[in-house]
Structures are given as C-alpha cells and as structure tokens.
Design a protein around this ligand. Sequence first.
Ligand SMILES: [Zn+2]
Ligand SMILES: [Zn+2]
Length: 243
Amino acid sequence: MNEGLVTEQLTANVTRFCEALICPDERSYFYLVEGREIDCLIDSGWGLGWSLADLPRDAVKPLIAVATHSHYDHIGRFFEATERLGHQTEAELFSSCDAVDKQAFPYLDDRKALADGGTLTRESYQIPASPLTGLLSDGDAIELGSARLEIVHTPGHSPGSLSLIEDASGLLFCADTVHDGHIHDDIPGADRRALLASHQRLLERKVVLVCPGHGSVMDAAAFQKRIAEYAVSVDLAKDNGRV
Ligand SMILES: [Zn+2]
Ligand SMILES: [Zn+2]
C-alpha cells in the first residue's frame, strides 16, 4: 500500500480514499467499489503521491474509472485508466490538458493546498488529458458482477455531474453535488436551479450511506438535512437578489 493514500474501508467491497499530500481542508474523497468480475473507481483525487497500481484490489480484474465531473480535485489519476467514463457535456474538458479548464486555476494560485503548507503552481501541477473512452447517461448502469451502480445525471455543481447509486445496499456516491461543506454553485458551469432539481431527484431515492466528494460520509438523516440547509441558503440568496 502506498502511504500517499489514506484508506478507509466503508463496507465489505467499498473503500474510501483521500491523499496524504493534500492539506486536510482541501482533500477530496474517491471510492473503489469491488465487484466479483469488475472493479469501479469513482473519481481519483488530485492525483498526487500515488498511482492506480497502488489501489488495494485484485489487479487481475478489469477496472472501470468513472469521473463524477471534470474538476481537478476529482480526476487526478483518471488519465491512467484504460476505461474512462463520464458525461458527454464535459467531454471536451476531460480531453483538455489545460489545468484552467479543470478549474485548478485561478483557484489554486497562491493557495497553501499541500499538507506541508506548499502551493501548487501552474508549472508544477499539470493534469494530463484524459479523454473519455465511453459516455454515461442518466439511467445507465455499470454491472460489476456482484454489484450494480446506477447512473443519475445530477447537474448543478457542474453541467455533467454524475451520481452513482447502488440500490441493493443504499449506497450513494454524489461527489460535489451534496456534501457537508460549502457547495460550490457560483463557479463556471454551475447552475443553482439545476442543483436544486438534482437534490430533489436524489431525495426520491432510498439511501443508507452517502459517500460525498468532500467531508464526512453521511447517513440518510444527515443527507436530507444538508439538502434542506442548502435550499434555505439559496432562498436567502434570492432574498438578497443573488439568484
Ligand atoms: Zn467539483
Ligand atoms: Zn471537489
């Protein structure tokens, strides 16, 4: 096991990761879902200090990598996968090797993003292009043998944001669409109304354990509370003339 990966076993076949090199406040989380025949990696962090070969899994099995969206903090090792799936509306961004297209900059300019207090510069932090090898649409499913991940298109944080649901266990992977920190809805490509609608769609699903791209794993009650809080914050913004 590579010590660049911080690992947490969530269930018998789901592992959650983040990256030791990244400052705790900036870390993103990504997930390995192991199936009997195929494994699925949902996102791949900033891509620093590890590689796909370090994932604790049976490497004889094929690996499908899904990117929930094209932001720099979720697609760091996406380029390494041979099967790379995402939503069509962000296909051009995945193909780009410009870190600005992945929204790394200007956000990271002068930001102490590394655990040692260091910064990433436009020269030092380059994200290879990772063109999609296949497209995922709302209602698609990824069959792993003993597990089945359904795709839900949940635009709002970004136009091609995807969530994945494993109905049998009630696991939801929702990346930046719902998490317990600030939900970015004012960045290029974001759409508050679409995000509210996506939240409503996710609320219709029976969830037991919610696995976000940032912050803590949530139970159903915490998930519903966070969505309600977000809706209130948007209403307040409306009152202030911002929506
Ligand atoms: Zn994002
Ligand atoms: Zn993120």
